[in-house]
Design a protein around this ligand. Structure first.
Ligand code: PHE
Length: 343
């Protein structure tokens, strides 16, 4: 029996270590160490041996089995490595078709940011520069210097949040007019973009929103200049369209007007139009000629210089531009809404 074991060992070693592929290796595994394999049948024959030889032969067969398993494992890993090397030799150096395990989401500008940036670019083209001011503001800049003294009924239109009087959250960007005029002499041509605050909350009002203020001050500035600038601005934002100036009231401008643009949806016909509520017009902001008292407050001589100012809500412009009904959707952080504006 020893002889035949040695023969089997030699045969198995050479067959296994030269097995050409995994299928053949598997066949050899079954043949030598499988349930009905050569070694198993030898182990079965142990019981026929005399007791004194049985133990030694048993140990020998176990060693042989261990050796076979080792040789099989070795050949198995050699074949795997060979298979990988062959694959790599065939494939191009870098497999660009392989998808990554992680993909990173690409962000995009918020629709309000987009509109503001567009607005700023348009105004820069006609010589307006950008000014900024604090969101936490003093009553003086937000109201007082804008010809809106305490107890003035116009304060009701802009009820805001008070940190501790006279410190408040600015209710519009108009205080930037005062801050800039106090620091500079005419001619001035500026816009002031930023966040503003009011205690409002419904489909068209939120407690924080964005405005852009416009201010132009020099000798001989007239309402015609205001109209020209607003036409240019609207043309850049929506394409050329008729504007309508509706007499209105702001304490810091005189005369004052609300600016309406012809409805982009019904083109002014007003027929069954949800967007303009069938009026044919869409309100886009407030404007007027700077009030003499405002000039006095900043030390300008109203007899010598004149100017216009306007203010527009950016959410309102974005709602009209993108057909959004509810202003609150800008601030709900719902990606399904925001992703529509990624490019
Ligand atoms: N500040 C005004 C508002 O927020 C808008 C405005 C600005 C009106 C400048 C006239 C001139 O309602």
């Amino acid at each position: 029996m020893n002889d035949s074991i040695e023969r089997i060992q030699n045969e198995a070693r050479s067959e296994i270590s030269s097995a050409p592929n995994r299928e053949e290796l598997e066949r050899l595994r079954v043949h030598y160490v499988g349930k009905k394999g050569v070694l198993t049948s030898l182990l079965h024959q142990l019981k026929d041996l005399p007791a004194d030889k049985r133990k030694a032969m048993g140990a020998l067969l176990n060693d042989v089995k261990t050796e076979f398993e080792n040789v099989l494992r070795l050949r198995q890993s050699e074949l795997s490595r060979k298979a990988i090397e062959e694959e790599l030799a065939k494939a191009p150096a870098l497999d660009l078709s392989l998808s990554g395990q992680y993909s990173s989401a690409v962000g995009s500008l918020h629709p309000v940011t987009r509109v503001m940036e567009q607005f700023i670019q348009i105004m820069k083209r006609i010589g307006f520069s950008v000014a900024t001011g604090p969101e936490v503001e003093l009553d003086y800049y937000n109201f007082e210097a804008l010809n809106t003294p305490e107890h003035h009924p116009a304060r009701d239109m802009q009820d805001t949040f008070y940190i501790e009087p006279p410190i408040l959250l600015r209710s519009h960007t108009s205080p930037v007019q005062i801050r800039t005029m106090k620091n500079k002499r005419p001619p001035l041509q500026l816009i002031a973009p930023g966040k503003v605050y009011r205690s409002d909350y419904d489909m068209t009002h939120v407690p924080m929103f964005h405005q852009i203020e416009g201010l132009m001050v020099d000798k001989h500035i007239s309402f015609a200049d205001l109209k020209g600038v607003l036409h240019y601005l609207v043309k850049g934002l929506f394409g050329a369209r008729p504007l309508r100036f509706r007499p209105s009231y702001f304490p810091f401008t005189e005369p004052s007007a609300e600016v309406d643009m012809q409805c982009i949806s019904c083109k002014g016909s007003g027929r069954d139009c949800r967007i303009c509520k069938s009026t044919g017009w869409l309100e886009i902001g407030g404007c007027g000629m700077v009030h003499p008292n405002v000039f006095r407050a900043v030390g300008y001589d109203p007899d010598e210089i004149s100017g216009f100012a306007f203010g527009m809500g950016m959410e309102r412009i974005a709602m009209l531009k993108y057909g959004i009904d509810d202003i609150r959707s800008f601030f709900e952080n719902d990606l399904r809404m925001l992703e529509q504006f990624s490019c």
